[in-house]
Design a protein around this ligand. Structure first.
Ligand code: DON
Length: 311
C-alpha cells in the first residue's frame, strides 16, 4: 500500500508540474525600454513558495537574481505607511485603480495626486515621502527595509540603475508635474534618482517569496521572525496590491487568480495568500499588459487547483 502524500509533497509536486507545463511557453516579449533589461535570459523561469512556518518550496531557477523594478513599490509603500500613517501618505497618493498604463500621467485634476502607489507617479511620490535628512539616507532606509522583508541584505545593480537614469525621462517629467501640483516636496530629480535606485535592487525568486510571505504573515518575516511593519500596514498594502498590482490586467487577474499580487517589468511577480504563504516567480517574457506570461498561467492553474481565490 502506498503511504499518503504529505502536504510538503503535494506543494513540491504542484510547483514542479506547473513549472514543467508552462516553462515552454514562448509567447511574450522581454522589456527593453530600459536597455539593460533587454539582456535578460528569456528562458529563465523560477517559482518559489514560502509558507507561514518558514518552509520554502522551489521549482526551476529560483537563485538567479534580477532587478525588482516595480516589485519594490508595495514594500516601499509599507515603509512609508509604517513611518507616516495612512492619512499622511493619503495626502500625496490615492488608492484607486487608474485603469491606465503604469507610466501614465495619471494625476487627479483637483488634488494633483497620482491615482495609486503602484503606478510610477504614485511610487515616485511614495519614495519621496520616506523620512530622511538626505537622499542617501532615504535610499539606505529603503534598501534596509527591502532587506528586512527578504531576510537578507540586498544590493543595487549599478548597470541597470545607470540605464534607468539615461532613459527615464518620462519618470522625471512625472516628478516635475507632481512638484508643480505640490504633491512632491523637494527636488524632483533627487526623488526620481532614489526611485531608479530602488527599482534597480536585485533579489532572487526565493527572496521575493519571503517578501510576499512577510506581507501574508501580517508584516512579520516568517524566516527571520522579525516584525518588519505593523499588521494594519501589511493589510493596507495587500489591499492596494489586490486593486492595482497587475497593471491594466488587475481585473482579469482578480477574476482568475484572486490574490493580491504585484508584477514588474523585469518579469518578476509576487502573490500573497493571506495567513498562508507568499509565492513568487521570475520569467522575463511579458504579455501585452506587462505581466510574465508563464507566471500568470502557472498561478492561474495553482489558484484553480487549490482553491486559492479569496472570494
Ligand atoms: O520606472 C520604470 O518604468 C521601471 N523602473 C519600473 C516599471 C515597472 O516595473 C512597472 N510596474 N508597474
Amino acid at each position: 500500500m502506498s503511504s499518503p502524500r504529505s502536504g510538503v509533497d503535494v506543494v513540491t509536486e504542484a510547483l514542479a508540474e506547473v513549472h514543467g507545463r508552462y516553462g515552454s511557453l514562448s509567447d511574450g516579449r522581454v522589456a527593453d525600454y530600459i536597455p539593460q533589461l533587454a539582456f535578460a535570459d528569456r528562458d529563465c523561469f523560477g517559482l518559489a513558495l514560502m509558507s507561514m512556518d518558514g518552509h520554502g518550496y522551489r521549482a526551476g531557477r529560483c537563485g538567479v537574481s534580477f532587478t525588482l523594478q516595480s516589485l519594490t513599490k508595495p514594500f516601499v509603500l509599507a515603509l512609508a505607511l509604517a513611518e507616516l500613517g495612512p492619512d499622511d501618505v493619503g495626502r500625496s497618493v490615492g488608492a484607486e485603480p487608474s485603469g491606465e498604463a503604469f507610466n501614465a500621467i495619471s494625476l487627479d485634476a483637483v488634488t494633483g495626486r497620482p491615482a495609486n502607489p503602484m503606478i510610477n507617479a504614485g511610487a515616485i511620490a511614495v519614495t519621496a515621502l520616506v523620512p530622511a535628512t538626505s537622499p542617501a539616507e532615504r535610499f539606505s532606509r529603503i534598501l534596509e527595509c527591502l532587506g528586512r522583508f527578504a531576510g537578507r541584505t540586498l544590493y543595487v545593480d549599478e548597470d541597470v540603475y545607470r540605464s534607468e537614469v539615461e532613459t527615464g525621462h518620462r519618470n522625471r517629467a512625472l516628478a516635475y508635474l507632481m512638484r508643480g501640483t505640490g504633491v512632491l516636496r523637494g527636488d524632483p530629480v533627487q526623488a526620481v534618482d532614489t526611485y531608479f535606485r530602488q527599482c534597480s535592487v536585485r533579489a532572487t525568486v526565493t527572496d521575493l517569496a519571503v517578501m510576499g510571505a512577510t506581507l501574508a504573515n501580517g508584516g512579520t518575516n516568517p524566516v527571520t521572525g522579525e516584525r518588519v511593519v505593523p499588521e494594519p500596514v501589511a493589510l493596507q498594502v495587500l489591499s492596494v496590491m489586490a486593486m492595482c498590482g497587475m497593471y491594466d490586467a488587475a481585473g482579469s487577474w482578480m477574476l482568475h487568480v484572486g490574490l493580491p499580487a504585484k508584477s514588474g517589468v523585469s518579469g518578476g511577480l509576487v502573490a500573497v495568500s493571506p495567513a498562508r504563504f507568499g509565492i513568487a516567480l521570475h520569467s522575463p517574457l511579458l504579455d501585452a499588459a506587462g505581466n510574465p506570461v508563464r507566471g500568470v498561467a502557472a498561478l492561474r492553474e495553482l489558484s484553480e487547483r487549490f482553491g486559492l481565490h479569496l472570494m
